[in-house]
Design a protein around this ligand. Structure first.
Ligand SMILES: NC(=O)C1=CN([C@@H]2O[C@H](COP(=O)(O)OP(=O)(O)OC[C@H]3O[C@@H](n4cnc5c(N)ncnc54)[C@H](O)[C@@H]3O)[C@@H](O)[C@H]2O)C=CC1
Ligand SMILES: O=C([O-])CC(=O)C(=O)O
Length: 326
């Protein structure tokens, strides 16, 4: 058995937390041979429901769960953390865009960035799930100057998985049979799910799918899926968001399958003409606990316009919270 690693989760008593913690403890994120200690952060008012979640974690008698701690202090919850999932934030309601949460949630991510800087392990890998996820990751990163800036990422894996599901439904295949999909940009309605390089059952997707369906149906459906779920469920997506968070961290830690890539929002290094420093979703391959951008993909005029539109929105979000970037 390996030595346990420390996984911190914020917002642990929330909806996503309730779907996430049990799967991490079951080994679905870091593998069936990796014990974990869960370090759970919640606000003081949510400590009692959090204790209920801890009781249920105990009651599962998970072989890989090496311990659970709870706290309302970020420095304590992030102490020596190897992996941190920043989930705790206000979710949007009907009629809101995710960036409407910027003001409410930005302060959380600046304080938690500072706490990560003080308390987490220098090698810590961070995933921002709380919305607006890309800009929250940027805020946390800038408040943690001693940590590796490349290790601050945001979640667009849910968008990636949603896009796979739409394509599989359309073609009548399994999501496993789709390769080379990319979600570019922001986790928002400007994101660009791109099938240009996609292969479905070994055949180029642009040959299988009508351009009109891709542009008029597929792209808007993926962009608006979060809002559709809020409308139907009366609450924002939770189990699928938790599942995507597991996928993101598992691939980062353990690698993407041979030949495949996925989508992760990571700090831009200027590739594809995207402003360096923005936390922007790119195609990535992971191995050895690290990610690399997929370089050299041909970008046509339609894609270029969409990629620029979502970059422009991220610049606007960054400009709105500049005062929180030390
Ligand atoms: N990136 C993505 O793809 C997705 C992101 N989200 C976002 O994830 C976030 C959480 O969603 P839910 O779990 O549904 O919300 P929720 O309201 O059920 O849970 C959030 C939890 O965070 C806690 N919290 C608030 N401030 C905190 C702080 N400063 N420190 C620690 N915990 C704190 C709350 O007490 C609450 O228990 C929302 O911002 C939501 O919009 C949701 C789905 C997908
Ligand atoms: O739509 C929301 O507000 C929650 C979310 O990020 C998603 O489901 O993609």
């Amino acid at each position: 058995m390996k030595a346990p690693v420390r996984v911190s989760v914020t917002g642990a008593a929330g909806q996503i937390g309730y779907s996430l913690l049990f799967r991490i403890a079951a080994g679905e994120m870091l593998g069936p041979d990796q014990p974990v200690v869960l370090q759970l952060l919640e606000i003081p008012e949510a400590q009692e429901p959090l204790q209920g979640v801890v009781m249920e974690l105990e009651d599962c008698a998970f072989p890989l769960l090496a311990g659970v701690t709870t706290s309302d202090r970020a420095e304590e919850a992030f102490a020596d953390a190897d992996y941190v999932l920043l989930v705790g934030a206000k979710p949007r309601g009907p009629g809101m865009e995710r960036k409407d949460l910027l003001e409410a949630n930005a302060a959380i991510f600046s304080a938690q960035g500072q706490a990560l800087n003080q308390a987490a392990r220098p090698s810590v890998k961070v995933l921002a799930v709380g919305n607006p996820a890309n800009t929250n990751a940027l805020i946390a990163q800038h408040n943690a100057p001693d940590l590796d800036p490349r290790h601050f990422t945001a979640m667009t894996r849910l968008d990636h998985n949603r896009a796979l599901a739409q394509l599989a439904n359309r073609v009548g295949c399994h999501t496993r049979e789709i390769r080379g999909l990319t979600v570019w940009g922001n986790h928002s309605a400007t994101q660009y799910p791109d099938i240009s390089h996609c292969e479905i059952q070994g055949r180029p997707a642009p040959e299988l799918l009508e351009t009109e369906w891709v542009r008029e149906t597929f792209i808007p459906t993926v962009q608006q899926r979060g809002a559709a779920i809020i409308k139907a469920r009366g609450a924002s997506s939770a189990a699928s968001a938790a599942s995507a968070a597991i996928d993101h961290m598992r691939d980062w830690a353990l690698g993407t399958p041979e030949g495949a890539w996925t989508s992760m929002a990571v700090p831009s290094d200027g590739s594809y003409g995207i402003d360096a420093g923005l936390i922007y979703s790119f195609p990535v391959r992971c191995s050895g606990g690290d990610y690399r951008l997929v370089e050299g993909l041909a970008i046509d005029d339609f894609s270029r316009e969409r990629m620029e539109a979502t970059a422009a929105e991220l610049r606007e979000e960054r400009d709105a919270i500049r005062h929180l970037l030390p």
